[in-house]
Unconditional design. Structure first.
Length: 404
């Protein structure tokens, strides 16, 4: 997919620099040609020797390097690439890029380039959330720079947790592939509906019952369907992630709101129900905040919520041609998914194991099984974006087979 593509990789001085070696290997495996610039700080974390051994190319470190300047020059270096990738993008490099600094080879190449730029920020959560970094990242986005990550999770520093971990090499690779491979409009002319995120079921005006769904997988599917040319409606519960670009996103809170929004947006060619819809709601949610001293702990009486997947899959007049459900299970994943497919009357179930040990709920990776009438496919672990692209490709193929 990346055969003969030329990547200029700018490696900044962060702990995550070691992950670049893996990224370079994966890029090379796919046929890309990688040239690397290491900042001075980056050389404290990885050596030009190891980067050069893996790229199989000369490594560039100095702006005032007569041999390099004679050979290729910093301007050519930045232009003779299809894409410039900055990973790890340190707070410092991001600040320099946002403000147009050019006081070393990395920053000079970055301001001299006329090619698309992708950054993979990596830093301590406090550095990432600092107003200066927020401003700089916003400015870079306005300038058309694309970002991948950062992810949330444990930091290299002990006891630190939060957003700032560099995206994993496979995720960066996915973003690179997305930028460099012309997106085929395999869903052009199709209408796709996606649900995503958790639902919030009110107990009273200030409290609710929720679940740990982040919305990452559903939103990634909506984005992938859009990138494939579909007209996409995303019905989203209160998700942690931003609305995907180019997708009409309807924000809902409860399962009943989600059901109504889904019904209002039929007919569609394909509906993908990735939301983690609450099975139950409180029967008699209070109009006023329940007071602690009103006679001990309240008893919540739960009633079943509408089953969105089953009602749409069994809809008499407006059933989409392809109905895809999700099954989040913590045990007997495939067996439960098979049973769910039969019970709900949908075409496919995408099943995943959401036991806490897998880190899938809220995480960036997913390992899924596609359960259909034809059997069960076990997909390898991949980023949620990659799972989304693969699912979209399958949907396009299935809709194509069924005829337009
Ligand atoms: C052990 C160590 C780890 C560091 N990790 C990071 C990091 O992950 N992200 C970051 O933005 N800065 C990090 N820094 C600070 C940068 O190395 C420093 O800001 C440096 O000037 C960045 O230079 P560069 O942007 O030219 O690579 C770290 C510093 C040290 C000493």
């Amino acid at each position: 997919m990346l055969a003969k593509k030329r990547i200029l990789l700018v490696i900044g001085g962060g702990i995550a620099a070691y992950k670049c070696l893996e990224l370079i290997r994966r890029l090379k495996e796919r046929g890309a040609k990688v040239r690397a610039i290491l900042t001075t700080a980056a050389q404290e974390f990885v050596t030009p020797l190891s980067v050069g051994a893996i790229t199989g190319e000369r490594v560039f470190t100095d702006l005032f390097d007569l041999t390099a300047e004679h050979d290729i020059g910093h301007i050519r270096l930045s232009r003779e690439a299809d894409l410039v990738v900055v990973a790890p993008a340190t707070a410092d490099l991001i600040a320099k890029m946002a403000n147009g600094f050019a006081d070393d080879l990395a920053s000079t190449a970055l301001i001299a380039t006329d090619k698309p730029v992708l950054i993979a920020p990596a830093m301590n959560p406090r550095m990432w959330s600092h107003p200066a970094t927020r401003r700089n990242v916003a400015r870079l986005k306005e300038d058309g720079v694309l970002t991948v990550g950062p992810n949330s999770g444990a930091m290299a520093e002990r006891d630190e947790f939060g957003a700032g971990r560099m995206a994993e090499p496979m995720e960066i690779l996915g973003a690179i592939e997305e930028m460099l491979s012309p997106q085929q409009q395999i869903l052009k002319g199709r209408r796709v509906l996606v649900t995503s995120g958790p639902t919030h079921e009110p107990i009273d005006p200030v409290r609710f019952i929720a679940n740990r769904s982040s919305g990452k997988q559903g939103h990634a599917i909506a984005a992938a369907a859009r990138a494939a040319g579909a007209e996409v409606v995303l019905v989203s519960g209160p998700a942690e992630v931003a609305d995907p670009q180019g997708v009409r996103t309807l924000h809902v809170e409860s399962a009943r709101d989600m059901m109504a929004a889904v019904e209002e947006n039929l007919p569609v060619d394909c509906a993908i129900f990735a939301a983690a819809v609450a099975d139950w709601r409180v029967a008699d949610a209070s109009d006023q905040k329940i007071k602690k001293d009103a006679g001990g702990a309240p008893t919540l009486h739960l009633v079943e919520n509408p089953d969105i997947l089953a009602s749409i899959a069994r809809h008499h007049t407006l059933r989409p041609r392809l109905v895809v459900g999700f099954a989040a299970e913590t045990e007997q994943v495939v067996a439960h998914a098979k049973a769910k497919r039969e019970r709900k009357g949908c075409d496919w179930i995408v099943a995943n194991d959401v036991s806490p040990a897998t880190g899938i709920m809220g995480g960036d990776l997913n390992t899924v099984h596609l359960v259909s009438a034809a059997g069960v496919e076990d997909w390898p672990s991949a980023s949620k974006a990659e799972v989304a692209r693969r699912l979209v490709a399958r949907i396009a193929a299935a809709l194509g087979e069924a005829g337009r």
